[in-house]
Write a new protein. Structure first.
Length: 366
């Protein structure tokens, strides 16, 4: 599994955890809201404004509930990008914490709750996200303090002390989050570097050095992958075998260096027409293998014909008048075949081309 795939998988698990936590917190907060409001009302006396009472009781939960519905849709959507989901997860935490901080601003300790979202944002190693959450957290804390001072009378010294404490806590959280996001970004870069090097080493182990095509190990993996795709109903894969006609005569007449030139030329033509090496392989000697997935039979025929004609038209310095050709066999995968029998079928079809006069492309019955 690549670094990107593993990173996506880990974030996907984190998003699910945020959803689970959110759906637990919303009803718990609602119950606590009711208990606190009723208890506070009993202590302070009669309810003077039922509208305000009901607003304090239900508005935060309604907002949190709508946020969780939207987050559930976004985080479960297949077409939405990973970065947007990271932002969504962070702001789920931020909004829930902010609602508590604003509604229960008189409980001064809860005013710093938005800072939890600030610290949470560092998980994603995204400096822009952390900066935006920092600004939003500062706005919410300022709003909470403003509402407290506007509804109750405090001395100047009390106002200064409350603002100072809130500011110290906020700045501390900002500094800590800044250090954490930088550390997370550095670790991410380090891990990505190690994974990239490992993937390059794996690729090197799966590439045949002379031609740059895949070797037999990567061929086996690709065969199994396309067989699985067939069983999943994704495509009908085709296996193509190519063999250079009278290649032994080329080696015997012009030497093995000339033979290597011919093989390299065929490999280059294959790479160009297949647009890469992920489904192109050197099986051994002068035999090449191609694997097709979702391409139609007409597309496969066209690609093979392009390779055949271009290879045939190549002129070689060691004998400009000598024309070298290939014989090709193509076989689809179908129910009842396995890796060995599928390859044997394609090999038999290729030898049908050999027996038919060479420089020919043969196809197994669909």
């Amino acid at each position: 599994m690549s670094f990107a795939d593993e990173n996506r998988r880990q974030y996907h698990r984190l998003h699910k955890g945020v959803l689970l936590l959110g759906w637990i917190l919303v009803p718990v907060i609602f119950v606590l809201e009711i208990i606190l409001l009723i208890t506070g009302t009993q202590i302070q006396g009669k309810i003077t404004n039922y509208f305000v009472f009901l607003l304090k009781m239900f508005l935060p939960t309604i907002i949190n509930f709508l946020v969780m519905i939207a987050a559930t849709v976004i985080l479960n959507a297949q077409k939405i990008g990973l970065q947007l989901k990271n932002w969504c997860s962070t702001f789920v935490i931020f909004i829930i914490c902010s609602m508590v901080a604003i509604i229960h601003r008189n409980m001064y300790v809860v005013m710093i709750l938005p800072c939890l979202a600030l610290l949470f944002s560092t998980i994603f190693a995204n400096g822009i996200l952390t900066t935006v959450v920092t600004i939003c957290s500062g706005i919410v804390m300022s709003l909470s303090l403003g509402l407290v001072f506007s509804t109750q009378t405090y001395s100047a010294s009390m106002i200064v002390s409350y603002i100072s404490v809130a500011l110290v806590v906020f700045v501390f959280c900002v500094l800590i989050s800044s250090m954490m996001v930088k550390n997370a970004m550095n670790q991410r870069a380090l891990i990505y570097g190690y994974c990239s090097n490992q993937e390059e080493l794996i690729d090197e182990l799966q590439v045949e050095p002379m031609t740059g095509l895949g070797n037999r190990t990567s061929l086996n993996e690709c065969l199994l992958l396309h067989m699985q795709k067939y069983h999943n109903g994704e495509c009908i894969p085709h296996l193509v075998l190519m063999d250079i006609d009278h290649f032994k005569d080329v080696n015997d007449t012009y030497g093995h260096n000339a033979g290597d030139v011919v093989i390299k030329n065929l490999a280059a033509i294959i790479r160009k027409n297949m647009k890469g090496i992920r489904r192109t392989f050197r099986f051994g000697g002068d035999e090449m293998v191609l694997i097709f997935g979702k391409e139609s039979l007409d597309e496969i025929k066209q690609i093979i014909e392009n390779i055949r004609t271009e290879f045939k038209s190549t002129k070689y310095n060691f004998h400009p008048d000598h024309q070298i050709t290939i014989s090709v066999g193509c076989a689809p995968f179908y129910k009842g075949l396995n890796q060995k029998t599928w390859f044997e079928l394609a090999d038999a079809v290729m030898y049908k081309s050999k027996e038919g006069g060479r420089d020919t492309v043969s196809f197994a019955d669909e």
